[in-house]
Design a protein around this ligand. Structure first.
Ligand SMILES: N#Cc1c(-c2ccc3ccn(Cc4ccccn4)c3c2)n[nH]c1N
Length: 239
């Protein structure tokens, strides 16, 4: 998989050389290229933003630099990802879907976002996904790009040494992961659940599934019963 990232803060993507994505790159599974949007500006001030039509606070990113950049960086058949607070939620299912792509291009906005015509223009000939990594507001798309790349890279065939671990992870089966324990068997007076020391693999599997079900019901009722998604008011009641 090739991933191109366009940003006015390319250095923000430096962590891509570390850890998970770095390992994927070393194995030839992931080829990441980061670009500075200002390289496609034409004025001496390298302007990328302007005031919003219709008024309102903040600035919007101009379409022209994005058009020049994506005309060069987004080839036919590539998927354009545009992180935004108003995007579709990034889920494990979406990450799995994106991991089947050959080429992702991530447009990292700043200010109040990118002129909508950019996504609309490229949507005519490309798959364009406006995606959100969570229900909170960041200052730009770079952190989301790091999250997207890590969530996808780890699903690439051959990346994770133990592919089995991917199937047991949180969210893979619509359940949260069971609690994990390792040595020592007793730590500060706290014992590892005895079933995990029993060697009874059927009992261990049953206990782990039960723990996942209980955790999911308690912490993520929206996953347990999508119709019971907790409202903001409901969350306040849990604090
Ligand atoms: N993914 C994702 C995001 C973002 C995100 C992504 C890209 C941009 C580009 C600019 N801003 C600031 C901003 C603030 C207010 C309204 C619009 N835009 C971004 C925020 N925030 N939260 C998420 N889950």
């Amino acid at each position: 998989m090739r991933v191109d990232v366009v940003s006015i803060f390319p250095d923000y993507l430096a962590p891509l050389g570390l850890s998970l994505p770095g390992r994927a790159r070393d194995r030839g599974l992931l080829d990441v290229h980061v670009h500075d949007l200002r390289d496609w500006t034409r004025d001496r001030h390298r302007t990328v933003d302007d005031t919003p039509y219709g008024g309102g606070a903040g600035m919007v990113m101009k379409p022209e630099p994005w058009g020049e950049a994506l005309d060069e960086v987004l080839p036919a058949g590539a998927t354009l990802l545009v992180p935004t607070p108003s995007g579709v939620p990034l889920t494990q299912a979406l990450a799995r879907d994106l991991a089947t792509r050959d080429h992702l291009v991530i447009a990292c906005g700043r200010y109040e976002g990118i002129d909508q015509r950019v996504a609309d223009h490229y949507g005519a000939d490309h798959e364009v996904l406006e995606v959100s990594i969570g229900d909170y507001v960041l200052n730009g798309g770079e952190v989301a790009a790091l999250v997207l790349i890590e969530a996808v890279a780890r699903l690439l065939p051959g990346f994770m040494g133990n592919a089995e671990s991917l199937t047991e992870e949180s969210h893979e089966a619509g359940l949260l992961e069971y609690p994990g324990y390792t040595k020592p068997a007793t730590w500060r007076g706290l014992d590892v659940p005895s079933v995990l020391l029993s060697g009874d693999h059927a009992a261990i599997a049953a206990w782990r599934h039960d723990q996942s079900v209980r955790r999911t019901a308690a912490r993520r009722p929206d996953l347990a019963h999508p119709s019971r998604a907790v409202s903001v008011e409901g969350l306040a009641a849990h604090v």
